[in-house]
Design a protein around this ligand. Structure first.
Ligand code: RIB
Length: 311
């Protein structure tokens, strides 16, 4: 780690997660009974911000919540977690974002998100926080806030030469690829299929994938594949990185833990391979308990498990 904490700006969503535990997920038209309901902090933006903070980075969160009890208490909680929250707006007349999540006995889930205040995060808000981004070591963004705001943040980062990491989830086909430069795009297999169009998502296709990505000004692709190895294709490297074997209880937030840890490790000066291996540990360890943020591991816990993955 450098002497001072690396700084990461995160633009993204803050949700209240309503998590129902069910024996199995309902099919369309079906009602199932839940055995338990938990109400916890979530939202891909805040989850990834917490993950980066727990890896030892200074984290500046940019987003929006409603001017309601949920919104106010969310900001207080993030402050207690050590995040800089001046970039989060409290908006009157609109509720804090909410996610309705069902988790089955195998840890699989379905999620329905009501954007609420997240949907009002605007390019103006981002411009007003320009130094949060331009004076950071990395920018991390997802697609749970308006794309115009994400693009604005990426433009500021590009102008300032700040490392950019994007987790385009939930995937939206209207993102203006190639208008901004993305250093690393983190996707799951479904998102990879959508982005790469006809190209197979495999190491053997690395030269074609690289060329395709560079046409969209994406310098590196990281494909998480659940318990299977993570696929990485950058300008200079192409490799698979093993994951930590675990028995998942709840996979909600695992991808967010990966993205936050990955960005934090890169911003700390670690190699691409080391950042991916650490992120694989963070993602796997997050599945061992319910909830998106509480189970996200800190740096020491990730390092304790990292050795299990070899060189
Ligand atoms: O990635 C998990 C997150 O997706 C949940 O916390 C929920 O809020 C949704 O945004």
């Amino acid at each position: 780690m450098p002497d001072s904490e690396p700084a990461i700006a995160v633009i993204g969503s803050l949700n209240v997660d309503y998590v129902a535990k069910v024996g199995r997920l309902p099919v369309p038209g079906e009602t199932v009974a839940a055995s338990d309901l938990e109400i916890v902090h979530g939202g891909k933006g805040a989850n990834q911000a917490i993950a980066a903070r727990r890896q030892g980075c200074a984290v500046r969160m940019i987003g929006s919540v409603g001017e309601d009890d949920m919104g106010r208490s969310y900001i207080e909680y993030l402050k207690e977690e050590g995040l800089e929250t001046d970039g989060i707006r409290l908006l009157a007349g609109i509720s804090t974002g909410a996610a309705f999540i069902s988790v089955d006995a195998d840890g699989e889930n379905t999620i329905v998100v009501c954007a609420g205040a997240n949907g009002n995060t605007s390019p103006d808000q981002i411009r007003a926080r320009d130094p949060f981004i331009s004076e950071s070591d990395a920018l991390l963004a997802q697609f749970e806030v308006p794309l115009s705001a994400v693009v604005e943040a990426l433009k500021i980062a590009n102008r300032a030469g700040v490392l950019t990491v994007v987790n385009p989830s939930p995937m939206r086909s209207t993102f203006p690829w190639a208008t901004v430069e993305i250093d690393y795009l983190i996707v799951n297999e479904t998102e990879a299929d959508e982005i790469l169009e006809e190209l197979p998502v495999e190491l053997g296709a690395a030269p074609e994938i690289r060329e395709f990505l560079l046409g969209r000004r994406i310098n590196g692709l990281v494909v998480t594949r659940g318990s299977d190895s993570t696929l990485v294709i950058s300008r200079d490297e192409a490799f698979e990185a093993p994951t930590l074997p675990v028995l998942p209880v709840d996979t909600v937030g695992a991808g967010d833990a990966f993205a936050g840890c990955f960005t934090a490790r890169l911003a700390s000066g670690e190699s691409l391979r080391e950042a991916v291996l650490a992120a694989n540990c963070a993602g796997a360890l997050t599945t061992l308990r319910t909830g998106a943020q509480q189970p996200i591991p800190d740096r020491d816990r990730v390092d304790q498990h990292r050795a299990q993955l070899g060189d």
